[in-house]
Design a protein around this ligand. Structure first.
Ligand code: BES
Ligand code: ZN
Ligand code: ZN
Length: 480
């Protein structure tokens, strides 16, 4: 969807207005200027600005149709409200098979223009690659705004929303198509296209480096492992490393997942796909940041070579890990990846995103991601970026008692601590990772709940949500 910004309403197939209850009263009293059909609608008592109202009426000379959507009470209207109503408007335009439509962005909230663009672009996304009949989508969205910076805001929001849709598309893609090798090839292609560096470490190089925890997860798969490193250098600062768990399918390994849990496990690459989409987005924005993206790509399967429960493996850091459960595989991939980055890139901060534990769903459902780590400032920055983007994160404590729970009996560390992983599951996974980050400041974000929706909610579709692209982009480019 293209986005065009102008100062005043031009000829259009459909003009959309978002109106609060207070504004509707003013319009009724003749105190606010809006097109005549809206005035008449409100005067007739057919619209009062309540948040569940939407009316489509015949327009005037300029707009063919007018869509009015209620925002509710002014005090309850925020950026997220605007994203939601904008999504509603764009979907209506798409249903009507319009090529073009207009949204009047005059709501008095922060970043209204950005929210309009975001809500619309995120809202019309659908994974229809495998459908014979594709959904109609509005091609051009005109946004009317008087704000001087509206053009830049809309363009930036568009790029970030497109990045989110990229991540959604990749996470929704089936696991045989986007297998670890295919993801590495995709990254190389995107690096050339958008101007960032890509290094791919294959299974032989990983073996030489001693990344045996990483390789152990891939041992049962017909697809070899790949560590994909993305280098986007938009500034001369020390780099920030963003790291993603990229398990293209998590069968659980020999600790096989049961029916009801295994079906959606192509989503276990969600962290890595968010990292790739974020780096593409930063490059497209020409952001002045220095970022290393790392994607730990493996498939967790069963076979004669598969890692077995009870195996003891020494990874890149030199510490030994007893495999208590082959389904706790994400932490193994991340352990070697974080240790490698910490040692070889010396980043000023590492942030990893991973669909790491079912436990985070028990804690927060699909609404909030769990953060934990060793850098309070970065955790706070991510919290704030989460509030702004509505990709919300909440910090859990990594107290030393949890570290104790991850100590091994016959090895240095176990991958399955504290009541077979059942107590404080998200935190003990974080405590495991902490043992591999060295001295590098680090924040881990568990997105197992937020990366995938079992049903659609507002501008977030069913399936892959693309969670993290907006959060990370906001965090990395935030000014203060
Ligand atoms: N990929 C799963 C986590 C997951 C669960 C993601 C549900 C999305 C939805 C992860 O690899 C896993 O299986 N974790 C185990 C760890 C346990 C064995 C300690 C879990 O959460 O059950
Ligand atoms: Zn697993
Ligand atoms: Zn997993």
């Amino acid at each position: 969807m293209d986005v065009n910004v102008s100062g005043k309403l031009g000829k259009t197939e459909m003009a959309c207005y978002f109106i609060t209850e207070e504004r509707a009263k003013d319009i009724k009293a003749g105190k606010a200027a809006v097109p005549k059909p809206i005035k008449e609608l409100i005067k007739a008592g057919d619209f009062s600005g309540k948040d569940d109202q939407a009316e489509k009426i015949t327009g005037d000379g300029i707009s063919k149709r007018i869509l009015v959507i209620g925002l509710g009470k002014t005090k309850d209207v925020d950026t997220e409200t605007i994203r939601k109503v904008s999504c509603e408007a764009a979907r209506e335009g798409s249903t009507l098979k319009l090529k073009e439509m207009t949204i009047v962005a005059d709501a008095k909230v922060n970043d209204a223009v950005a929210a309009v663009a975001e809500g619309a672009i995120l809202g019309v996304y659908k994974f229809d690659k495998y459908k014979e009949k594709k959904k109609d989508k509005v091609k051009l969205l005109n946004i009317v705004s008087g704000s001087a910076s509206a053009k830049q805001e809309a363009q930036r929001a568009k790029t970030i929303a497109e990045g989110t849709n990229m991540a959604r598309e990749w996470v929704n893609e089936v696991s045989d198509v986007l297998n670890p090798v295919a993801v590495a090839e995709l990254a190389v292609k995107l690096g050339k296209q958008h101007g960032f560096g890509v290094k791919v470490l294959d299974e032989k190089q990983l073996k030489k480096l001693g990344m045996n925890l990483f390789l152990g997860v891939a041992a049962g798969s017909r697809f070899p492992a790949r560590l994909v490193l993305l280098e986007y250098k938009g500034s001369k600062d020390k780099p920030v490393a963003i790291v993603g768990k990229g398990v293209t399918f998590d069968s659980g390994g020999l600790n096989l997942k049961p029916s009801g849990f295994i079906e959606t496990m192509k989503m276990d690459k969600g962290g890595a796909m968010t990292i790739l989409a974020t780096v593409v987005t930063l490059a497209r924005l020409k952001a002045k940041v220095n970022v290393i993206g790392a994607m730990g790509m493996v498939e967790n399967m069963i076979g004669p070579n598969a890692t077995k429960p009870g195996d003891i493996i020494k990874g890149y850091s030199g510490k030994t890990v007893e495999i208590g459960d082959t389904d706790a595989e994400g932490r193994l991939v991340l352990a070697d990846t974080l240790a490698y980055l910490s040692k070889n890139y010396k980043p000023k901060l590492m942030v990893d995103l991973a669909t790491l534990t079912g436990s985070v769903l028990i804690t927060f459902g699909e609404y909030v991601a769990a953060s934990m780590g060793t850098d309070k400032g970065a955790a706070d920055g991510l919290f704030k970026a989460g509030q702004r983007t509505y990709e919300r994160v909440w910090e859990l404590p990594l107290y030393k008692e949890y570290d104790e729970e991850m100590k091994g009996t016959i090895s240095d560390i176990t991958n399955l601590g504290y009541k077979q992983g059942r107590y404080a599951g998200s935190i003990t996974a974080g405590a495991f990772l902490k043992k591999f980050v060295g001295k590098t400041p680090w924040v881990h974000i568990d997105i197992a709940g937020t990366a995938w929706y079992e049903k659609p909610r507002g501008y977030i579709p069913v399936g892959a949500t693309g969670f993290g692209v907006r959060l990370l982009t906001e965090f990395l480019t935030a000014k203060g």
